[in-house]
Design a protein around this ligand. Structure first.
Ligand code: ADP
Ligand code: 5GP
Length: 225
C-alpha cells in the first residue's frame, strides 16, 4: 500500500442507515472488555452503553465511564420505573442498561456497543432483533481463562472463584449469538470484530437510504460523454 492510499479515506456515497446494537458477551476474563475498549478507541462512530450496577467499583474503574455505580434500592427504583431496557443478576450483583441513551442513539442512526451477559443479550434480541448484532467471545482454554482472571488482579480470590464457577454455564450460551470469536491472539480477535462491524454496516436491510439512492439512480438519464 502506498502512502496516498493509506491516508486517503475511501470515497463512498453516504447512505442513511439504522444504528447497530453491537452486543458482546463472554465468560468473565475472556477479554470482551479489552476488545470492546480497543474498538471504541479505534472507531469513533460507536458509543458505549454505560450500564448501571450494584457491584462495588474496581480500583481501575471510573464512575460514569465504566459503569454508573448504584445502591440496590437505586437499582430497584430504575428497574421498577421502566428506565432499564434490560437487566439481570450476574455473579450476585445487579446490572442494567439505561433505556434513554439507547433510544436516542438508535433514532439518530448511531451505533452502540453493549458489554452485557447472555441474559441481557436475550432481552435485547427479543425487543430489538432487527438492530442487534451479537458476538460471543470465548477464551482459547479454561486454563488461560483462569490465568487472565488472576492477571487482571482487580477481584478478590472469592470473586474469581465465583466467576470461574459460572463460566461453564455462560459458555453454554455461545450458540445463541450471531458471531463467535476465540480470543487467543488479541490482534486477531480485534481484526475479527472490525470485520463484523464493517460487514454489518453494509447490510441492505439496515441501509434505508438505499431506496432513495436507487430511485434517483433509475431517474437519471445517462449523459453521453
Ligand atoms: P472480560 O471483560 O471478558 O471480563 P477483560 O477484557 O477484563 O475480560 O480481560 C481479562 C484479562 O485478560 C485482562 O487482564 C486483559 O488484559 C487480558 N487479556 C484480554 N485479551 C487477552 C489476550 N488475547 N491475550 C492475553 N491476555 C488478554
Ligand atoms: P463485570 O462485573 O466483570 O464488569 O461484569 C460482569 C458481567 O455482567 C459481564 O458478563 C458483563 O458483560 C455483564 N454486564 C455488565 N453490564 C450489564 C448490563 O447492563 N446488563 C446485563 N445483562 N449484563 C451486564
Amino acid at each position: 500500500m502506498n502512502a496516498a492510499t493509506a491516508t486517503t479515506p475511501a470515497k463512498t456515497i453516504p447512505i442513511a442507515r439504522r444504528g447497530l446494537m453491537l452486543v458482546i458477551s463472554s465468560p468473565s476474563g475472556a477479554g470482551k472488555s479489552t476488545i470492546a475498549r480497543t474498538l471504541l478507541e479505534t472507531d469513533k462512530g460507536i458509543g458505549l452503553s454505560v450500564s448501571v450496577t450494584t457491584r462495588p467499583r474496581r480500583p481501575s474503574e471510573i464512575e460514569g465511564v465504566h459503569y454508573d455505580f448504584v445502591t440496590k434500592p437505586q437499582f430497584e427504583r430504575l428497574r421498577d420505573s421502566d428506565a432499564l431496557l434490560e437487566w439481570a443478576e450476574v455473579h450476585g450483583n445487579f446490572y442494567g442498561t439505561p433505556r434513554e441513551p439507547v433510544e436516542i442513539a438508535m433514532s439518530e442512526g448511531r451505533d452502540m456497543l453493549f458489554d452485557i451477559d447472555w441474559q441481557g443479550a436475550q432481552q435485547l434480541q427479543d425487543k430489538m432483533a432487527a438492530d442487534v448484532v451479537s458476538i460471543f467471545v470465548l477464551p482459547p482454554t479454561m486454563t488461560e481463562l483462569q490465568s487472565r482472571l488472576h492477571r487482571r488482579a482487580e477481584d478478590t480470590e472469592e470473586v474469581i472463584r465465583t466467576r470461574l464457577a459460572n463460566s461453564r454455564s455462560e459458555i453454554a450460551h455461545w450458540g445463541e449469538y450471531d458471531y463467535v470469536i476465540i480470543n487467543d491472539d488479541l490482534t486477531a480477535a480485534f481484526d475479527a470484530i472490525q470485520s463484523i462491524v464493517k460487514a454489518e454496516r453494509l447490510r441492505r436491510d439496515r441501509r434505508h437510504g438505499m431506496f432513495d439512492f436507487v430511485r434517483k439512480l433509475l431517474d437519471e438519464e445517462p449523459v453521453l460523454k
